[in-house]
Design a protein. Structure first.
Length: 240
């Protein structure tokens, strides 16, 4: 099964590995190459992130009308669905628009995982087909206490940092989310921690860098971009 998925994601793995080798060829250490790769990925996905925020904002603005439709057609689920679809068409809103960036990031996360496995190398070295064993592997490409990027963090600092930075980035995006749902989303980073705490350190370097960039990006979008509160969206709060 592992080999099947490795072959399935081999095109993504080749691209990500090529980017890392490019930076490493200019003397950039592996851990910093991962950070640079993260910056490139977030930059490429930034237009989709803006689109996601616009979609989420549109869905939030539609919520009063959606609640009205649910109340009116509670006994007729089919009619309820038809009215919901009509509302989406009239307002030009795609209810699945907020899922696209997440779905696109998933193959990248998986690709990074296989890159780290591949760059684990043999006898501490990797290389191409013509020159095998000519470059240091991720096993010696870390920094500080996590010098081996293929091994888990012995002090579990990286997994904790990953969860905390994920939580902070989510706090910005959930300001307008229902209170109960917001608390459920706050649990997710630590549920993620329970699953991934023994993953290779290289993955956490990517995730932490990704979370920090997401945090900065979300701050800009939700304070100066399409995610910011407008007088229209703030009006219901003022009435309360």
């Amino acid at each position: 099964m592992l080999e099947f998925f490795q072959n399935l994601f081999s095109p993504i793995t080749s691209i990500l590995g090529g980017v890392l080798l490019f930076f490493y060829g200019y003397g950039v250490p592996w851990w910093l190459s991962i950070v640079f790769l993260t910056i490139i990925v977030r930059t490429i996905l930034s237009p989709l992130t803006v689109k996601q925020v616009r979609s989420m904002r549109a869905m939030q603005e539609l919520k009063p009308e959606m609640d009205r439709i649910r109340d009116e057609h509670r006994e007729d689920p089919r009619r309820m669905q038809q009215e919901m679809m009509r509302l989406y068409r009239e307002r030009n809103v795609n209810p699945l628009g907020g899922c696209l960036p997440v779905l696109l990031q998933l193959p990248i996360f998986i690709g990074i995982f296989y890159v780290i496995l591949e760059f684990g190398g043999s006898a501490g070295m990797i290389g191409g087909t013509d020159q095998p064993g000519t470059q240091p592997t991720f096993a010696e490409g870390g920094i500080l206490w996590f010098t081996d990027l293929t091994a888990h963090d012995p002090y579990f600092i990286l997994p904790l940092l990953s969860s905390v930075t994920m939580l902070l980035s989510m706090e910005i995006t959930t300001k307008n989310v229902e209170h109960r749902q917001r608390w459920l989303m706050r649990v997710l980073p630590f549920a993620f921690l329970a699953i991934t705490w023994t993953f290779p350190s290289g993955l956490f370097v990517y995730w932490i860098a990704n979370n920090l960039l997401t945090m900065a990006q979300n701050y800009a979008i939700y304070n100066f971009g399409p995610g910011r509160n407008t007088p229209t969206s703030e009006a219901p709060k003022a009435e309360k």
